[in-house]
Design a protein around this ligand. Sequence first.
Ligand code: 4AD
Ligand code: MG
Length: 428
Amino acid sequence: MSRNYIYELSGLEDGKRVDIAGWVQDIRKLKNVAFLMVRDNTGIIQATLKLDNETTKHMINELTRESVIKLTGILNKHSPAKGGVEVQTIDLSLLNRSLTPLPLGIADPVEADFDTRFNNRFLDLRKPERLKIFHVESELLWGIRKFLNSEHFVEVHTPKIVAAATEGGADLFGVKYFEKNAYLNQSPQLYKEMLMSAGFDRVFEVGPAFRAEEHNTPRHLNEFTSIDIEMSFSDHNDAMSMLERSVKAGIESVALSNTFRDLDSTEIEVPEIPFPRISYQKCIDYLHKNGVEMEFGVDFSPEQLKIVGEQFKSFYFITEWPSQVRAFYTMPKENNNLVTNSFDLQYRDKEITSGAQRIHEVDMLEKRLKEKGLNPADFEFHLKAFRYGMPPHAGWGLGLERLTMILLDLQNIREVSLFPRDRTRIVP
Ligand code: 4AD
Ligand code: MG
Protein backbone atom coordinates (compact mmCIF):
# COMPACT_ATOMS: atom_id res chain seq x y z
CA MET A 1 0.00 0.00 0.00
CA SER A 2 1.76 3.16 -1.11
CA ARG A 3 1.09 6.09 1.19
CA ASN A 4 2.41 9.32 2.60
CA TYR A 5 3.51 9.48 6.21
CA ILE A 6 1.79 12.33 8.01
CA TYR A 7 5.04 14.09 8.96
CA GLU A 8 5.82 14.49 5.25
CA LEU A 9 2.66 16.38 4.40
CA SER A 10 3.72 19.85 5.54
CA GLY A 11 6.66 19.60 3.13
CA LEU A 12 4.48 18.80 0.09
CA GLU A 13 2.89 21.25 -2.32
CA ASP A 14 -0.52 22.74 -1.68
CA GLY A 15 -3.17 20.97 -3.78
CA LYS A 16 -1.22 17.73 -4.06
CA ARG A 17 -3.08 14.43 -4.01
CA VAL A 18 -2.03 12.35 -0.99
CA ASP A 19 -2.79 8.94 0.50
CA ILE A 20 -2.62 8.52 4.25
CA ALA A 21 -3.43 5.64 6.57
CA GLY A 22 -3.77 5.42 10.31
CA TRP A 23 -6.08 5.59 13.31
CA VAL A 24 -9.01 7.95 13.76
CA GLN A 25 -8.20 9.72 16.99
CA ASP A 26 -11.21 11.99 17.01
CA ILE A 27 -14.39 12.53 15.00
CA ARG A 28 -16.36 15.75 14.89
CA LYS A 29 -19.57 15.85 12.83
CA LEU A 30 -21.31 18.97 11.61
CA LYS A 31 -24.31 19.04 9.30
CA ASN A 32 -22.49 18.87 5.99
CA VAL A 33 -18.97 18.12 6.94
CA ALA A 34 -17.00 15.88 9.29
CA PHE A 35 -13.56 16.50 10.75
CA LEU A 36 -11.37 13.51 11.47
CA MET A 37 -8.11 13.63 13.38
CA VAL A 38 -6.00 10.96 11.72
CA ARG A 39 -2.85 9.69 13.43
CA ASP A 40 -0.02 7.54 12.19
CA ASN A 41 3.32 6.79 13.82
CA THR A 42 4.75 10.09 12.57
CA GLY A 43 2.09 12.62 13.42
CA ILE A 44 -1.51 13.70 13.41
CA ILE A 45 -3.52 15.66 10.85
CA GLN A 46 -7.05 16.90 10.29
CA ALA A 47 -8.98 15.39 7.41
CA THR A 48 -12.20 17.03 6.30
CA LEU A 49 -14.93 15.00 4.69
CA LYS A 50 -18.00 16.35 2.87
CA LEU A 51 -21.18 14.61 3.98
CA ASP A 52 -22.83 14.96 0.59
CA ASN A 53 -24.19 11.46 0.05
CA GLU A 54 -25.90 8.70 2.06
CA THR A 55 -22.99 6.21 1.87
CA THR A 56 -20.56 8.68 3.37
CA LYS A 57 -23.04 9.79 6.04
CA HIS A 58 -23.66 6.18 7.01
CA MET A 59 -19.97 5.43 7.14
CA ILE A 60 -19.25 8.41 9.39
CA ASN A 61 -22.11 7.45 11.69
CA GLU A 62 -20.59 3.99 12.05
CA LEU A 63 -17.01 5.21 12.45
CA THR A 64 -15.56 4.81 15.96
CA ARG A 65 -12.48 6.32 17.57
CA GLU A 66 -9.26 4.36 16.99
CA SER A 67 -10.65 2.61 13.92
CA VAL A 68 -8.10 2.05 11.18
CA ILE A 69 -8.72 3.89 7.94
CA LYS A 70 -7.00 4.93 4.79
CA LEU A 71 -7.90 7.93 2.75
CA THR A 72 -7.04 9.76 -0.42
CA GLY A 73 -7.39 13.51 -0.48
CA ILE A 74 -6.12 16.90 -1.57
CA LEU A 75 -3.62 18.71 0.59
CA ASN A 76 -4.81 22.13 1.78
CA LYS A 77 -2.01 24.20 3.23
CA HIS A 78 -4.22 27.19 4.07
CA SER A 79 -6.31 25.38 6.62
CA PRO A 80 -7.59 27.08 9.78
CA ALA A 81 -6.69 23.81 11.56
CA LYS A 82 -3.74 23.65 13.94
CA GLY A 83 -0.54 23.58 11.92
CA GLY A 84 -2.28 25.10 8.91
CA VAL A 85 -2.39 21.84 6.97
CA GLU A 86 -5.33 19.52 6.35
CA VAL A 87 -6.42 16.90 3.88
CA GLN A 88 -9.70 17.31 2.01
CA THR A 89 -10.91 13.77 1.65
CA ILE A 90 -11.92 12.38 -1.73
CA ASP A 91 -12.06 8.75 -0.79
CA LEU A 92 -12.22 7.15 2.66
CA SER A 93 -12.11 3.46 3.46
CA LEU A 94 -12.51 1.75 6.77
CA LEU A 95 -9.89 -0.99 7.14
CA ASN A 96 -10.80 -2.14 10.62
CA ARG A 97 -13.42 -0.85 13.00
CA SER A 98 -12.50 -0.37 16.67
CA LEU A 99 -14.86 -1.52 19.39
CA THR A 100 -16.27 1.10 21.67
CA PRO A 101 -15.85 2.24 24.40
CA LEU A 102 -12.04 2.13 24.50
CA PRO A 103 -10.53 0.60 27.65
CA LEU A 104 -8.01 3.44 27.56
CA GLY A 105 -8.35 6.81 25.84
CA ILE A 106 -5.48 7.88 23.61
CA ALA A 107 -5.98 11.63 23.74
CA ASP A 108 -7.50 11.95 27.21
CA PRO A 109 -6.00 14.90 29.03
CA VAL A 110 -5.87 12.99 32.32
CA GLU A 111 -3.46 10.06 32.44
CA ALA A 112 -5.04 6.71 33.38
CA ASP A 113 -3.64 4.85 36.39
CA PHE A 114 -0.61 2.61 35.95
CA ASP A 115 -2.47 -0.73 35.90
CA THR A 116 -5.04 0.43 33.35
CA ARG A 117 -2.24 1.71 31.15
CA PHE A 118 -0.11 -1.41 31.35
CA ASN A 119 -3.05 -3.84 31.12
CA ASN A 120 -3.86 -2.12 27.82
CA ARG A 121 -0.29 -1.44 26.81
CA PHE A 122 -1.00 -1.71 23.05
CA LEU A 123 -3.29 1.30 23.43
CA ASP A 124 -1.02 3.12 25.85
CA LEU A 125 1.81 2.78 23.31
CA ARG A 126 -0.31 4.52 20.66
CA LYS A 127 0.38 7.81 22.42
CA PRO A 128 3.11 9.63 20.49
CA GLU A 129 5.11 10.37 23.63
CA ARG A 130 5.36 6.64 24.34
CA LEU A 131 6.49 5.78 20.84
CA LYS A 132 9.18 8.42 21.17
CA ILE A 133 10.74 6.52 24.10
CA PHE A 134 11.25 3.47 21.94
CA HIS A 135 12.59 5.50 19.03
CA VAL A 136 15.17 6.94 21.39
CA GLU A 137 16.01 3.50 22.77
CA SER A 138 16.40 2.10 19.27
CA GLU A 139 18.62 4.98 18.13
CA LEU A 140 20.73 4.70 21.28
CA LEU A 141 21.33 1.01 20.66
CA TRP A 142 22.12 1.57 16.97
CA GLY A 143 24.72 4.15 17.96
CA ILE A 144 26.34 1.79 20.45
CA ARG A 145 26.21 -1.14 18.01
CA LYS A 146 27.79 0.88 15.22
CA PHE A 147 30.51 2.10 17.56
CA LEU A 148 31.36 -1.38 18.88
CA ASN A 149 31.33 -2.74 15.35
CA SER A 150 33.80 -0.02 14.32
CA GLU A 151 36.00 -1.13 17.23
CA HIS A 152 36.01 -4.69 15.84
CA PHE A 153 33.68 -6.26 18.38
CA VAL A 154 31.85 -9.35 17.15
CA GLU A 155 28.14 -9.46 18.05
CA VAL A 156 27.36 -12.82 19.66
CA HIS A 157 24.38 -14.67 21.09
CA THR A 158 24.89 -16.84 24.15
CA PRO A 159 22.44 -19.21 25.86
CA LYS A 160 19.75 -17.87 28.11
CA ILE A 161 18.92 -21.29 29.57
CA VAL A 162 21.89 -22.18 31.74
CA ALA A 163 23.07 -24.57 34.43
CA ALA A 164 24.87 -22.18 36.82
CA ALA A 165 24.38 -18.81 38.46
CA THR A 166 26.53 -15.96 37.21
CA GLU A 167 26.03 -13.09 39.58
CA GLY A 168 25.48 -15.10 42.76
CA GLY A 169 22.72 -17.55 43.53
CA ALA A 170 20.02 -15.46 45.17
CA ASP A 171 17.95 -14.04 42.36
CA LEU A 172 17.69 -16.91 39.89
CA PHE A 173 14.59 -18.05 38.06
CA GLY A 174 14.52 -21.83 37.87
CA VAL A 175 13.19 -23.64 34.81
CA LYS A 176 12.54 -27.30 34.17
CA TYR A 177 14.85 -28.49 31.42
CA PHE A 178 13.52 -31.97 30.64
CA GLU A 179 14.80 -34.11 33.55
CA LYS A 180 17.28 -31.46 34.74
CA ASN A 181 16.98 -28.22 36.67
CA ALA A 182 18.14 -25.17 34.82
CA TYR A 183 17.99 -21.38 35.20
CA LEU A 184 17.27 -18.30 33.13
CA ASN A 185 20.55 -16.50 32.75
CA GLN A 186 21.23 -13.43 34.90
CA SER A 187 24.01 -12.23 32.59
CA PRO A 188 26.07 -13.55 29.67
CA GLN A 189 29.13 -13.13 31.92
CA LEU A 190 30.51 -16.69 31.90
CA TYR A 191 29.89 -17.22 28.20
CA LYS A 192 31.46 -13.97 27.09
CA GLU A 193 34.51 -14.83 29.20
CA MET A 194 34.73 -18.30 27.65
CA LEU A 195 34.76 -16.59 24.25
CA MET A 196 37.94 -14.81 25.30
CA SER A 197 39.53 -18.26 25.77
CA ALA A 198 38.05 -19.17 22.38
CA GLY A 199 40.17 -16.38 20.90
CA PHE A 200 37.34 -14.05 19.77
CA ASP A 201 39.31 -11.07 21.16
CA ARG A 202 36.33 -8.69 21.43
CA VAL A 203 32.66 -9.62 21.72
CA PHE A 204 29.43 -7.84 22.51
CA GLU A 205 25.92 -9.08 23.10
CA VAL A 206 22.53 -7.40 23.35
CA GLY A 207 20.04 -9.69 24.99
CA PRO A 208 17.64 -10.35 27.83
CA ALA A 209 18.89 -10.87 31.38
CA PHE A 210 16.67 -12.36 34.06
CA ARG A 211 16.75 -11.44 37.74
CA ALA A 212 14.33 -12.89 40.28
CA GLU A 213 14.68 -9.80 42.44
CA GLU A 214 11.87 -9.75 44.98
CA HIS A 215 11.73 -6.01 45.46
CA ASN A 216 9.57 -3.87 43.25
CA THR A 217 11.47 -0.64 42.68
CA PRO A 218 11.32 2.09 40.03
CA ARG A 219 14.79 0.96 38.85
CA HIS A 220 14.42 -2.83 38.66
CA LEU A 221 12.84 -5.15 36.13
CA ASN A 222 12.83 -8.93 36.37
CA GLU A 223 13.70 -9.11 32.70
CA PHE A 224 15.84 -6.36 31.21
CA THR A 225 18.03 -5.83 28.17
CA SER A 226 21.72 -6.05 28.83
CA ILE A 227 24.42 -4.70 26.53
CA ASP A 228 27.54 -6.67 27.39
CA ILE A 229 31.08 -6.48 26.14
CA GLU A 230 34.22 -8.47 26.85
CA MET A 231 37.69 -7.65 25.52
CA SER A 232 40.98 -9.56 25.64
CA PHE A 233 44.43 -8.31 26.64
CA SER A 234 42.63 -5.50 28.43
CA ASP A 235 42.09 -4.22 31.94
CA HIS A 236 39.42 -2.19 33.76
CA ASN A 237 40.84 1.09 32.43
CA ASP A 238 40.50 -0.12 28.84
CA ALA A 239 36.95 -1.27 29.60
CA MET A 240 36.03 2.10 31.15
CA SER A 241 37.37 3.94 28.14
CA MET A 242 35.38 1.70 25.80
CA LEU A 243 32.30 2.29 27.94
CA GLU A 244 32.41 6.07 27.98
CA ARG A 245 33.01 6.11 24.24
CA SER A 246 30.08 3.69 23.69
CA VAL A 247 27.72 5.79 25.81
CA LYS A 248 28.79 8.96 24.03
CA ALA A 249 28.33 7.32 20.61
CA GLY A 250 24.85 6.11 21.58
CA ILE A 251 23.72 9.51 22.82
CA GLU A 252 25.24 11.23 19.80
CA SER A 253 23.23 8.93 17.60
CA VAL A 254 20.04 10.00 19.39
CA ALA A 255 20.96 13.67 19.19
CA LEU A 256 21.71 13.51 15.46
CA SER A 257 18.80 11.30 14.57
CA ASN A 258 16.06 12.65 12.37
CA THR A 259 13.84 9.59 12.54
CA PHE A 260 11.37 11.24 14.88
CA ARG A 261 10.58 14.69 13.71
CA ASP A 262 8.97 15.93 16.89
CA LEU A 263 11.86 14.93 19.12
CA ASP A 264 13.46 18.38 18.98
CA SER A 265 11.41 19.22 22.04
CA THR A 266 13.68 16.88 23.99
CA GLU A 267 17.05 18.42 24.56
CA ILE A 268 19.52 15.59 24.31
CA GLU A 269 22.88 16.67 25.63
CA VAL A 270 25.91 14.73 24.42
CA PRO A 271 28.18 14.18 27.43
CA GLU A 272 31.84 15.06 27.40
CA ILE A 273 34.37 12.31 27.93
CA PRO A 274 36.32 11.17 29.84
CA PHE A 275 33.77 10.86 32.63
CA PRO A 276 35.09 11.70 36.11
CA ARG A 277 36.32 8.78 38.23
CA ILE A 278 35.94 8.55 41.99
CA SER A 279 37.01 5.59 44.12
CA TYR A 280 34.64 3.75 46.43
CA GLN A 281 36.78 4.89 49.38
CA LYS A 282 36.55 8.54 48.27
CA CYS A 283 32.76 8.18 48.15
CA ILE A 284 32.79 6.96 51.75
CA ASP A 285 35.00 9.89 52.73
CA TYR A 286 32.56 12.25 51.05
CA LEU A 287 29.62 10.69 52.90
CA HIS A 288 31.46 10.97 56.22
CA LYS A 289 32.24 14.60 55.49
CA ASN A 290 28.50 15.10 55.02
CA GLY A 291 27.71 13.40 58.30
CA VAL A 292 26.43 10.17 56.74
CA GLU A 293 27.45 6.81 58.21
CA MET A 294 28.88 4.23 55.81
CA GLU A 295 31.28 1.39 56.48
CA PHE A 296 33.76 -0.12 54.07
CA GLY A 297 32.63 -3.38 52.43
CA VAL A 298 28.93 -2.80 51.86
CA ASP A 299 26.99 -1.47 48.91
CA PHE A 300 25.64 2.07 48.89
CA SER A 301 21.99 2.63 49.71
CA PRO A 302 19.92 4.66 47.21
CA GLU A 303 19.98 7.55 49.71
CA GLN A 304 23.75 7.42 50.00
CA LEU A 305 24.11 7.38 46.21
CA LYS A 306 21.95 10.50 46.01
CA ILE A 307 24.47 12.31 48.18
CA VAL A 308 27.51 10.91 46.33
CA GLY A 309 25.91 11.85 43.00
CA GLU A 310 25.47 15.50 44.03
CA GLN A 311 29.12 16.05 43.20
CA PHE A 312 28.63 15.30 39.52
CA LYS A 313 26.66 16.88 36.73
CA SER A 314 25.92 13.66 34.85
CA PHE A 315 27.92 10.47 34.30
CA TYR A 316 30.76 9.40 36.59
CA PHE A 317 32.58 6.18 37.50
CA ILE A 318 32.86 4.72 40.98
CA THR A 319 36.02 2.58 40.94
CA GLU A 320 37.87 0.13 43.18
CA TRP A 321 34.95 -1.56 44.86
CA PRO A 322 35.68 -3.91 47.79
CA SER A 323 35.70 -7.58 46.86
CA GLN A 324 32.83 -8.32 49.29
CA VAL A 325 30.36 -6.55 47.04
CA ARG A 326 31.68 -7.76 43.66
CA ALA A 327 31.12 -11.08 41.91
CA PHE A 328 33.67 -13.91 42.20
CA TYR A 329 35.21 -13.28 38.78
CA THR A 330 36.38 -9.75 39.63
CA MET A 331 40.14 -9.14 39.62
CA PRO A 332 41.58 -7.98 42.97
CA LYS A 333 43.76 -4.90 42.80
CA GLU A 334 47.48 -5.60 42.75
CA ASN A 335 49.09 -4.74 46.10
CA ASN A 336 45.69 -4.19 47.75
CA ASN A 337 43.50 -7.26 47.94
CA LEU A 338 40.75 -5.44 49.79
CA VAL A 339 39.58 -3.74 46.63
CA THR A 340 39.11 -4.83 43.03
CA ASN A 341 39.78 -3.55 39.52
CA SER A 342 36.10 -2.84 39.12
CA PHE A 343 33.82 0.06 38.33
CA ASP A 344 30.22 1.16 38.10
CA LEU A 345 29.09 3.83 35.72
CA GLN A 346 26.64 6.10 37.49
CA TYR A 347 24.33 8.84 36.40
CA ARG A 348 23.67 10.88 39.52
CA ASP A 349 22.15 8.30 41.90
CA LYS A 350 21.51 5.62 39.26
CA GLU A 351 23.76 2.71 38.37
CA ILE A 352 23.95 2.26 34.59
CA THR A 353 26.79 -0.24 34.22
CA SER A 354 28.97 -2.61 36.21
CA GLY A 355 32.28 -3.84 34.89
CA ALA A 356 35.75 -4.98 35.80
CA GLN A 357 38.95 -6.62 34.86
CA ARG A 358 38.38 -10.35 35.37
CA ILE A 359 40.48 -12.99 37.05
CA HIS A 360 42.13 -15.01 34.26
CA GLU A 361 44.16 -17.33 36.47
CA VAL A 362 42.26 -20.51 37.34
CA ASP A 363 43.60 -21.13 40.87
CA MET A 364 42.66 -17.65 41.96
CA LEU A 365 39.24 -18.05 40.35
CA GLU A 366 38.56 -21.31 42.22
CA LYS A 367 39.67 -19.70 45.46
CA ARG A 368 37.32 -16.78 44.93
CA LEU A 369 34.41 -19.11 44.12
CA LYS A 370 34.92 -20.91 47.44
CA GLU A 371 35.24 -17.64 49.35
CA LYS A 372 31.89 -16.63 47.88
CA GLY A 373 30.37 -19.90 49.11
CA LEU A 374 30.01 -21.31 45.60
CA ASN A 375 31.00 -24.82 44.58
CA PRO A 376 33.75 -24.88 41.91
CA ALA A 377 32.38 -28.21 40.65
CA ASP A 378 29.23 -26.38 39.47
CA PHE A 379 31.44 -24.11 37.38
CA GLU A 380 33.68 -26.81 35.89
CA PHE A 381 32.48 -26.09 32.32
CA HIS A 382 33.60 -22.51 32.85
CA LEU A 383 36.85 -23.18 34.74
CA LYS A 384 37.97 -25.54 32.00
CA ALA A 385 38.24 -22.62 29.60
CA PHE A 386 40.75 -21.03 32.00
CA ARG A 387 43.07 -24.05 32.07
CA TYR A 388 44.14 -24.02 28.44
CA GLY A 389 45.22 -20.49 27.72
CA MET A 390 42.89 -17.73 28.91
CA PRO A 391 44.10 -14.21 28.07
CA PRO A 392 43.73 -11.34 30.56
CA HIS A 393 40.39 -9.70 29.88
CA ALA A 394 37.86 -7.13 31.01
CA GLY A 395 34.31 -6.06 30.22
CA TRP A 396 31.03 -4.62 31.37
CA GLY A 397 27.26 -4.98 31.33
CA LEU A 398 25.04 -1.96 30.66
CA GLY A 399 21.30 -1.87 31.31
CA LEU A 400 19.67 -0.48 28.17
CA GLU A 401 16.48 0.52 29.99
CA ARG A 402 18.46 2.36 32.66
CA LEU A 403 20.35 4.38 30.08
CA THR A 404 17.19 5.23 28.13
CA MET A 405 15.45 6.20 31.34
CA ILE A 406 18.09 8.69 32.44
CA LEU A 407 18.39 10.11 28.94
CA LEU A 408 14.67 10.93 28.89
CA ASP A 409 14.53 11.79 32.58
CA LEU A 410 11.83 9.17 33.28
CA GLN A 411 11.26 8.15 36.87
CA ASN A 412 10.01 4.58 36.42
CA ILE A 413 11.94 1.94 34.46
CA ARG A 414 8.66 0.31 33.40
CA GLU A 415 8.09 3.27 31.07
CA VAL A 416 11.05 2.15 28.95
CA SER A 417 10.03 -1.48 28.78
CA LEU A 418 7.39 -2.38 26.18
CA PHE A 419 5.86 -5.12 28.30
CA PRO A 420 7.57 -4.86 31.69
CA ARG A 421 8.13 -7.86 33.91
CA ASP A 422 8.05 -6.94 37.57
CA ARG A 423 7.23 -8.67 40.85
CA THR A 424 3.52 -8.87 40.03
CA ARG A 425 3.28 -8.35 36.29
CA ILE A 426 3.69 -11.13 33.76
CA VAL A 427 0.70 -10.33 31.49
CA PRO A 428 0.53 -8.92 28.85
O1 4AD B 1 25.48 -4.80 37.80
P1 4AD B 1 25.10 -6.05 37.09
O2 4AD B 1 24.38 -7.07 37.89
O3 4AD B 1 26.43 -6.65 36.47
C1 4AD B 1 26.52 -7.77 35.67
O4 4AD B 1 25.59 -8.39 35.21
C2 4AD B 1 27.92 -8.10 35.28
N1 4AD B 1 27.95 -9.44 34.65
C3 4AD B 1 28.43 -7.05 34.34
C4 4AD B 1 29.85 -7.24 33.99
O5 4AD B 1 30.18 -7.35 32.83
N2 4AD B 1 30.70 -7.24 34.98
O6 4AD B 1 24.20 -5.67 35.83
C5 4AD B 1 24.70 -4.80 34.85
C6 4AD B 1 23.74 -3.65 34.59
C7 4AD B 1 23.44 -2.77 35.80
O7 4AD B 1 24.42 -1.77 35.97
C8 4AD B 1 22.09 -2.19 35.44
O8 4AD B 1 22.22 -1.11 34.52
C9 4AD B 1 21.44 -3.33 34.71
O9 4AD B 1 22.47 -4.18 34.24
N3 4AD B 1 20.57 -4.09 35.62
C10 4AD B 1 19.23 -3.97 35.66
N4 4AD B 1 18.39 -3.22 34.95
C11 4AD B 1 17.08 -3.33 35.22
N5 4AD B 1 16.58 -4.17 36.15
C12 4AD B 1 17.39 -4.96 36.89
N6 4AD B 1 16.87 -5.81 37.78
C13 4AD B 1 18.78 -4.88 36.65
N7 4AD B 1 19.87 -5.52 37.16
C14 4AD B 1 20.94 -5.02 36.52
MG1 MG C 1 26.03 -3.76 39.32
